[in-house]
Design a protein around this ligand. Structure first.
Ligand SMILES: Nc1ncnc2c1ncn2[C@@H]1O[C@H](COP(=O)(O)OP(=O)(O)OP(=O)(O)O)[C@@H](O)[C@H]1O
Ligand SMILES: O=c1[nH]c(=O)c2[nH+]cn([C@@H]3O[C@H](COP(=O)(O)O)[C@@H](O)[C@H]3O)c2[nH]1
Ligand SMILES: NC(=O)CC[C@H](N)C(=O)O
Ligand SMILES: [Mg+2]
Length: 512
């Protein structure tokens, strides 16, 4: 199945995951590799086409990312996008320089060669998205201009080598026919076949898991979230009772979470699944701690300690299964420079360094939407598949400041009301992630002629595609009013509610 693939070389563009997704949506396997991937390794993948992504650098500066020129002689069709175009031109005898002014935004493409397969089905003056400060000042020998805009060369083509170069970004939705251009490249130029489907993926992966695991045992940290759940069901399909899942009830889970997870997965799938009740452990460790990073670290360590203990109990467990997905993989191999730690995300991904396990990560090639498709094909109920993400540290980072059981109970009730009202109003699927935050701030209120002095809570709802940037959801006032009424009337301990109207950046989605 992967014989029929497109390799995307990553030069640091923020859009490279998008390119891979667009291609996969067409039913063709695509993977992102760093630009410095060895040419031999690229060849070994036997791709039908190569896409060079955009990137922030300038080809004419020293130390700019580059590739082995031999790549252009492999007889594999190549599409260079933005930086990828500039690099192709630079390496093959053209020239690139800084433009007088940056071009950022929409532009209209005038097609010079309407017979080019790259433009099949596309009308003249189609709108594309530009984002560059450099431009091609001399076209490399062997290339001809097949499209332009009012201010720049839009597309170059080398017939002999079957290379296309575009200055714009066909992968973003602002490029109206960008999808069609990529389709044309993938199917008409590279001659790929449509054979990447989640059904195939399941079949193949189940086979691979069986071969890898043999008669050994696998343990898996099951959170009830999408990734670990899909991983669990997939592995269970392959090896049945050789899999043992552990759900840790940290005491910082949502209302009835432990029961729900145990019920859905235990009864429905007849899996070995054990609930580790660790509420006291987590709450004791968190006593007196209010610094967000310290709280995160304590929670992370406690998870590790618990899995270590489970491992000691099951001596024949050789594999640790994780719900690592493709964006995690791309991020960890990303060509971008080191970025500041904003928050240390808890991840059981930290486990293997400290513990002696072989890793089993059956979802590491999939994007989230593909993981959801796999989950649906495996028959996992929609209400589990469509859940908003829930962070490992759970309510521990949604109770601002010091955490205790009383606050966790209050927050659980409030959160449950918000989420069930979202579901009742058919808004749950419309927003990307919603929850309640409990502040360590008390204020005065009046209830039935009595004075109250209770906590303030905040509703948070974010809309996002990749969770890297987000906007606050414009929920209807009437809906917010209903949630406010219910929470303040029904949850003892909260007498005031606010709505968070901050975007990310500069805020983040969670409060800690
Ligand atoms: N309460 C828990 N018990 C056991 N494992 C957990 C728990 N919370 C988190 N994990 C582990 O940490 C991993 C990372 O958590 P993360 O929230 O990123 O993924 P997820 O829960 O599987 O999916 P989602 O992103 O949809 O919440 C999980 O896949 C799971 O293996
Ligand atoms: O598994 C996780 N462990 C963590 O420690 C963690 N911290 C934040 N998140 C989730 O990441 C997304 C982005 O959150 P922030 O904007 O708050 O950084 C949002 O979806 C957050 O819920 C976490 N997930
Ligand atoms: N988006 C890009 O790939 C930008 C490429 C190059 N740095 C430029 O500004 O022209
Ligand atoms: Mg989760």
């Amino acid at each position: 199945m992967k014989q029929n693939s497109i390799v995307i070389l990553d030069f640091g563009s923020q859009y490279n995951q998008l390119i891979a997704r667009r291609v996969r949506e067409m039913g063709v396997y695509a993977e992102v590799v760093p630009y410095f991937e060895d040419l031999e390794k690229i060849k070994a993948r036997n791709p039908k086409g190569i896409i060079l992504s955009g990137g922030p650098a300038s080809v004419y500066l020293e130390g700019a990312p580059t590739v082995d020129k031999a790549m252009f002689d492999l007889d594999i069709p190549i599409l260079g996008i933005c930086y990828g175009m500039q690099l192709t031109q630079h390496l093959l005898g053209g020239e690139v320089a800084k433009a007088d002014k940056q071009e950022f935004g929409k532009a209209e493409v005038i097609i010079d060669d309407e017979n080019s397969p790259f433009f099949y089905g596309i009308e003249d003056n189609t709108q594309v998205w530009m984002s560059h400060g450099d431009h091609v000042t001399k076209i490399a020998p062997g290339f001809e201009k097949i499209a332009h805009t009012a201010s720049s060369i839009a597309t170059l083509y080398n017939a002999e080598r079957n290379i296309y170069n575009v200055q714009f970004h066909p992968e973003v939705t602002h490029s109206v026919d960008g999808h069609q251009m990529l389709r044309n490249f993938v199917f008409d130029v590279c001659k790929c076949e449509e054979n990447w489907s989640m059904g195939n993926y399941i079949e193949q992966t189940v086979k691979e898991i069986k071969e890898t695991v043999g008669d050994k045992k696998v343990i898996l940290a099951l959170s009830g979230g999408v990734d670990s759940s899909v991983a669990a069901v997939l592995i269970h399909k392959a090896i049945g009772d050789q899999l043992s899942c552990f759900f840790v009830d940290t005491g910082l889970m949502r209302k009835n979470e432990a029961e729900k997870v145990m019920k859905t997965y235990g009864e429905h799938y007849h899996m070995n699944i054990e609930c580790v009740d660790a509420e006291d452990r987590f709450l004791n460790k968190l006593k007196g701690v209010s610094d967000p990073e310290t709280k995160r670290k304590i929670i992370g360590h406690e998870f590790i300690a618990i899995f270590d203990e489970q491992k000691q109990k099951m001596k024949d467990a050789e594999f640790l299964a994780q719900g690592t997905i493709y964006p995690d993989v791309i991020e960890s191999q990303s060509v971008k420079g080191p970025s500041a730690t904003i928050k240390s995300h808890h991840n059981v991904g930290g486990l293997p360094e400290e513990m002696d396990f072989k890793l089993l990560e059956p979802l590491r090639e999939l994007f989230k939407d593909e993981v959801r498709k796999v989950g649906r094909e495996l028959g996992i109920p929609d209400h589990m598949i469509d859940r908003h993400p829930f962070p490992g540290p759970g309510l521990g980072i949604r109770i601002i400041g010091e955490v205790d059981k009383e606050k966790a109970d209050i927050l659980r009730e409030a959160d449950d009301i918000f989420i069930s009202e979202l579901r009742a109003a058919n808004l749950y699927q419309e927003v990307s992630q919603a929850f309640v935050v409990l502040l360590p701030v008390k204020s005065v209120g009046v209830m039935g002629d009595e004075r109250t002095y209770e906590y303030t809570a905040v509703l948070r709802s974010a809309d996002t595609i990749d969770f890297m940037t987000a906007t606050w959801s414009h929920l209807p006032y009437e809906f917010l009013g209903r949630v406010s009424n219910r929470i303040i009337n029904e949850v003892k301990g909260i007498n005031r509610l606010a709505y968070d109207i901050s975007s990310k950046p500069p805020a983040t989605i969670e409060w800690e």
